[in-house]
Design a protein around this ligand. Structure first.
Ligand code: PXG
Length: 294
């Protein structure tokens, strides 16, 4: 029998079937906690430091004191990969408020729960990358920056899940959320980009979008490849009429969008700038300078 996946919980490793936390954990009861989704490529954990830094920014916002240092957190992730003998992996780092009583007051939670799951990665079907995905603008608005915006990578993902349900029942691959002012914000677990007049545009995080680590790298790659790349508000009209549209994210990497609410984007085929950025991103994730070796 294959060895069971070993899951890190608060300093110890448990086989997947026994990796359990309390039903009184406020991560479950109230979604009070944060997470990161990270990938390892061929023994290199891509942008691990950046993910750990973002995790600590999320906990800073919700005033949750993680009981280990950033360096220790990096080591915990690496050790979990080693324990599982994983070179290519999807890593889920979760920190919850910990066990409390019934009642949402976080003061009752004395010790945060730290969980690291390093699983094998279910690769996206090549078809999405080659042909592009279909998407729809959802009626679900992204939570604004003066609410539980996705700037915090929190365990409250209902905002995204409501949008994803709409995509599922409508028979399209993905959903796109607008912000409360009607500007394009992001996908359910991806940032979004358009190409207009040969220039690369993406919405700023004040729309309530997560400051994506992939998005940040794609902006840099776009500039390195000689394209202008700017953060600015994008209207639905600009989205429908874009020359190219694509998503970025840890799971998605760079994925072309070919159709939105039944409007075909340009030729309906992945455009040249999207393809160039897909290529460059594929090289970047294998660059030893861009990750931490397991
Ligand atoms: N927006 C949102 C709301 C996200 O959740 C991104 C953008 C892309 O960010 P990164 O930093 O990954 O480029 C995300 C990422 C999962 C999972 O298992 C979710 C994400 C990433 C990896 C796995 O649901 N969200």
């Amino acid at each position: 029998m294959e060895k069971e996946l070993q899951v890190y919980i608060d300093g110890a490793y448990y086989p997947k079937s026994q990796a359990k936390i309390s039903v009184f954990d406020h991560g479950l009861l109230y979604g009070d906690g944060v997470f990161e989704g990270i990938r390892a490529y061929n023994g290199l954990v891509f942008k691990l430091k950046e993910h750990v830094d973002r995790l600590y920014r999320s906990t800073h916002m919700i005033m949750l004191q993680i009981p280990v240092t950033r360096e220790q957190m990096v080591q915990i992730v690496l050790e979990t990969l080693r324990k599982n003998n994983l070179k290519d992996s999807y890593i889920r780092l979760v920190v919850t408020r910990g066990v409390g009583d019934l009642g949402l007051n976080p003061r009752k939670c004395l010790k945060p729960t730290i969980i690291v799951i390093a699983d094998t990665i279910a690769l996206h079907k090549g078809e999405a990358k080659e042909k592009g995905v279909t998407a729809m603008l959802s009626w679900v608005k992204r939570d604004p920056v003066d609410a539980t915006s996705h700037e915090i990578k929190s365990l409250n993902y209902l905002n995204s899940i409501l949008a994803k349900i709409e995509a599922n029942i409508s028979g399209v691959d993905e959903a796109i959320c607008l912000d409360k002012n009607g500007y394009v914000c992001e996908g359910v677990a991806e940032n979004i980009f358009i190409v207009k007049n040969g220039k690369v545009l993406t919405p700023p995080s004040y729309t309530g979008a997560l400051p994506g680590i992939t998005a940040d790298e794609v902006m840099k790659l776009a500039r390195k490849s000689g394209f202008e790349a700017t953060e600015r508000n994008i209207t639905p009209y600009e989205l429908f009429n874009a020359e190219e549209v694509f998503f970025t994210g840890t799971a998605a990497e760079v994925v072309p969008i070919r159709e939105i609410n039944k409007r075909i984007i340009d030729s309906g085929k992945p455009g040249p700038i999207t393809k160039k950025l897909m290529e460059e991103f594929a090289k970047l994730v294998r660059d030893p300078n861009q990750g931490i070796a397991v």
